[in-house]
Design a protein around this ligand. Structure first.
Ligand code: ACM
Length: 265
């Protein structure tokens, strides 16, 4: 099951450019699953709510349909981040799409930095989608900072976590190794590159899109500053074996009765 993570310098406010760039990069190699960055159509560094509104679309919007056409014609799955227009407001979301259409939309739960000004926090639990290529979980960028995100997906049976990102904190690509190892899952992080300097706020994105195995092995890594794709062949059945040895299992050896956040002195 071949997975490709795609990275490029998403151009702010130019969804048409970003969509064609994504298509060009995806055309370089055939895969079963593609992962594209967070907010990959709009860009990330919004000045105000009006821009977010102008660059958002519904989960079944025009670009979602273009990605659905692609997934149908290439018989593949893909996850991409976009600003989702919904009745309550706008979410920082990721769509999971397959050959038969839209499978699900995840709304980013842990908003980062100025995103909190522009987006509503996700209002739905993490969830895993059972697909013909495997059990796929979605999280978006800063969700990585909260170990509960990957753990929740693993407890629900995720075999591969798809992780569209616009990373600015340099620890993430290394931290993903431990989410993979601790949870016994594959992870595929797709991150953008480049720099956005808008309205007095600067974000520099760190590239290094990365794929790990359930043993924390590095399977593929893109460079810091170069556009491109990187790929790995994944045997998702390995994510069903949670044992470390005869006595320890990543899931069964947990002791949840001792994980309460109430401290008694
Ligand atoms: C991030 O969550 N985009 C850093």
């Amino acid at each position: 099951m071949k997975t490709i993570v795609v990275q490029w310098d998403c151009r702010f406010g130019d969804p048409e450019f970003n969509f064609s760039r994504a298509m060009e990069l995806m055309e370089r190699e055939t895969a079963d699953i593609y992962v594209l960055p967070e907010l990959c159509l709009s860009g990330y560094n919004f000045k105000d709510k009006q821009e977010v509104d102008d660059l958002s679309e519904e989960s079944h919007g025009a670009y979602a349909h273009k990605f659905m056409d692609l997934a149908r014609s290439r018989n593949c799955f893909l996850a991409y981040g976009f600003a989702e227009k919904a009745s309550a407001g706008i979410y920082n979301s990721a769509n999971l799409i397959g050959p038969d259409g839209l499978i699900g939309t995840y709304r980013k739960i842990h908003l980062f930095n100025r995103e909190t000004l522009f987006f509503l926090p996700g209002d739905r639990p993490f969830r895993v989608y059972e697909t013909p290529v495997g059990k796929l979980g979605l999280m978006v960028c800063f969700d990585w900072f909260f170990p509960e995100s990957a753990r929740t997906l693993a407890l629900q049976g995720a075999e591969l976590i798809l992780h569209p990102s616009n990373l600015v904190l340099s620890w993430c690509p290394d931290a993903m190794r431990y989410h993979a190892l601790w949870n016994g899952v594959f992870t595929a992080t797709s991150n953008r590159i480049g720099r956005e300097d808008r309205g007095g706020h600067v974000f520099e994105y760190i590239g290094r899109s990365i794929i790990y195995s359930p043993q924390g092995e590095l399977l593929a890594e893109a460079p810091l500053e170069q556009e491109g794709i990187c790929s790995a062949e994944l045997d998702l059945s390995l994510a069903r074996e949670k044992d470390l040895n005869e006595y320890n299992d990543r899931i069964q050896s947990r002791q949840p009765e001792f994980y309460s956040d109430i401290s008694v002195t």
